[in-house]
Design a protein around this ligand. Sequence first.
Ligand code: NDP
Length: 328
Amino acid sequence: MFNALVLNKDDDDKVTSSIKQLQESDLPEGDVTVDVSYSTLNYKDGLVVNGLGGLVRNYPHVPGIDFSGTVRESSHKDYKTGDKVILTGWRVGEVHWGGYSQRARVNGDWLVRLPDEINEKQAMAIGTAGFTAMLAIMAIQDQGILPDAGEVLVTGASGGVGSVACALLSNGGYQVTASSGRCGDEYLASLGVENCIPRDELTEWNGRPLNKERWAAVIDSVGGSTLSNVLSQLKYGGAAAAIGLAGGNKLDTTVIPFLLRGVKLLGIDSVMCPPGTRRTAWQRLCAELPKSQLDKMTTTVKLSEVASQGSEIIKGQVRGRMVVDVNG
Ligand code: NDP
């Protein structure tokens, strides 16, 4: 028997959660069974545990979009009992059984081997959010945007994606400006942020297709009018990596910044990201994200706290990264 957080939908379409004892026969099909050590709480998990966003098709459902753990049993050619693994994406925790469980069974092709440089807890302190931040930085660097190009703006800077992006960029020599509802916090400065603009300054779209050129690049996890605004503020040849929708999914803009300033809008998807890119991103995270900064941005909660924290994250009340100790 093992414990898992299980979501159910009642007759009024209300989603409720409880911790249940399950058994091996409850696990879905798959060629690798994993003893899960840690999962995390991401914005998407907040949506799932609150029954929002239409992400889950079938109930009962075990949420948790990522996990780290040890292979218990495997018929997959690349994994054997005892191997340490990470999983992010592939719609695990949405349409497939997720990481808020002491055991999971998945398609081995979805796994990444845990790099030697980090332990299972550090892997989940990084988690989906940190992995996605790295993908965004790789995307802007693919455009040739290096530290000498100028200031980089990170929106939603004290969230999970934002925190890791700030730390990676500042350690990589970029001048980082945050857009945040928490500019006064010492926290952002501890991640290497040099300037902070209150998030409200970007949430009203003034409708002007071009504003003063300011950013060499933007890492955006807010979307909506924040993204509309920053597109009009990119420097000539700059790029915005669109990651998230914490502030809205509607994008009101014009083609003018693309035509007159040659700016680029780069879509970032971590869920179906190909295996080769995944391995590169994890290698770079191990090499470029200082463990001391990772510790500063991480809090740990138990499985029993996920439901309440899931409500907090969608209200923008969770700072940094939240690791879920499924055995705690
Ligand atoms: P978090 O909740 O940890 O961070 C979001 C941050 O955005 C908050 O901390 C807050 O930062 C800011 N924010 C919250 N609400 C608003 C609002 N109404 N208006 C403006 N800013 C707001 O979430 P994650 O970091 O886990 O995820 C961020 C986004 O990225 C989500 O939309 C998520 O779905 C998406 N995502 C996408 C992925 C992909 O593959 N494309 C992968 C991972 C995440 P502050 O207090 O500093 O203002």
